[in-house]
Design a binder for this molecule. Structure first.
Ligand SMILES: NC(=O)c1ccc[n+]([C@@H]2O[C@H](COP(=O)([O-])OP(=O)(O)OC[C@H]3O[C@@H](n4cnc5c(N)ncnc54)[C@H](O)[C@@H]3O)[C@@H](O)[C@H]2O)c1
Length: 321
């Protein structure tokens, strides 16, 4: 076992949803220094309000795919451990597929180049269940075939293959964490890039009908963000996992229509729901096997759906503070 105590840690995409939640347990684990690197595409300084004024926290506004910029930060701050959380949202790939795909590959390429050159020691790379596409069987283990249905997911799957192949060839200390759907406070609620939970809250609060695309019978495996972050800390703690891929999920499937109904009932919305055509590339079913996370990390999701939704919805309802 090893720990983050005394380590200099970099989180790419650290001003985003999951990255900003990860910042807190990284500091609690005793990191000497925490460096956040984000281009603020959707990241917000407000997401970092709990940590940004600490003397050992430094925020850089940089592009994580810019090799020279990341190299300068890694060298300047003597970074040892990198959590790669930076990405552009899945929905972005519907109107800019090339950038949405390639950003994932370019960031992985940048970090692998630096890791291979010994500029830092360990990489915890964030994948996504979207890389699997619709479940061919459930629960989905790490041997489930990759069948990305969006350019975002193709970029995630490609980046994962890159990380794995570099580990095979160069024996690097890089682990691939593949979370299923996350939810919690600070998930982006603005504009066209927001996910189903924040979008539904936003519509209901604005007096608009919630929207269900494609019937709502699609399922997702929702895991609360603090569970994911606990696993990410634990992933570094277990050395010798270079090249491993580890799913993170709750193992429970939720229909999209049930999620939307839950939000409506929590907020007290009794109006109609608008049903629209499904998106052609929409994944129909996702349900994680977390057996490997349990075996390798001793990890199991702890936050119940009801508890997690209450924390999430209360945060949105209280004006996102
Ligand atoms: N949210 C989920 O349900 C979920 C599920 C599975 C996997 N993931 C993965 O977890 C990671 C974090 O996701 P999230 O939900 O926090 O997303 P997010 O969009 O909230 O955060 C991503 C952050 O990356 C930043 N970013 C984008 N491009 C960048 C670039 N080129 N350089 C630097 N920063 C850049 C954004 O500004 C943002 O702050 C991603 O890798 C994502 O694929 C998320």
């Amino acid at each position: 076992m090893r720990g983050l105590n005394g380590k200099n840690v970099l989180i790419t995409g650290g001003a985003g949803f999951i990255g900003s939640h990860l910042a807190e347990p990284v500091l609690e684990a005793g990191a000497a220094k925490l460096v956040i690197l984000d281009n603020f595409f959707v990241g917000k300084m407000g997401n970092l309000s709990a940590v940004k004024d600490k003397t050992n926290v430094i925020v850089y506004r940089e592009d994580a795919s810019d090799l020279h910029a990341v190299e300068a930060v890694v060298r300047n701050e003597h970074i040892q451990v990198v959590y790669n959380m930076a990405t552009m949202a899945l929905n972005y790939s519907f109107f800019n597929p090339h950038t949405a795909c390639m950003v994932n590959i370019r960031i992985a390429d940048t970090l692998l180049h630096l890791l291979r050159n010994g500029e830092f020691e360990s990489l915890i790379h964030m994948s996504s269940s979207e890389a699997y596409g619709t479940a061919l069987y459930a629960p989905m283990d790490e041997n489930h075939p990759l069948n990305p249905t969006t350019p975002y997911a193709a970029g995630k799957a490609s980046a994962d293959l890159m990380v794995k192949s570099f580990c095979n060839l160069y024996n690097l200390d890089a682990i691939i964490i593949r979370p299923f759907n996350n939810y919690g406070p600070r998930q982006n609620i603005d504009g066209g890039l927001a996910g189903i939970i924040p979008v539904t809250v936003r519509r209901v609060l604005a007096g608009e009908k919630p929207v269900v695309e494609g019937g709502g019978l699609q399922t997702r495996d929702y895991i609360y963000v603090s569970d994911t972050c606990r696993a990410l800390i634990s992933a570094y703690g277990h050395d010798g996992l270079g090249g491993e891929i580890i799913n993170l999920g709750s193992g429970t499937e939720y229909k999209i229509i049930d999620i939307i109904n839950y939000i409506c009932s929590y907020i007290g919305y009794k109006g109609e729901i608008e049903f629209r055509e499904g998106r052609p590339a929409d994944v129909k079913r996702l349900c994680a096997s977390s057996e490997k996370a349990k075996n390798l990390l001793g990890f199991e999701a702890e936050i119940s759906f009801e508890e997690g939704m209450a924390k999430t919805l209360d945060w949105y309802l209280s004006g996102y503070h």
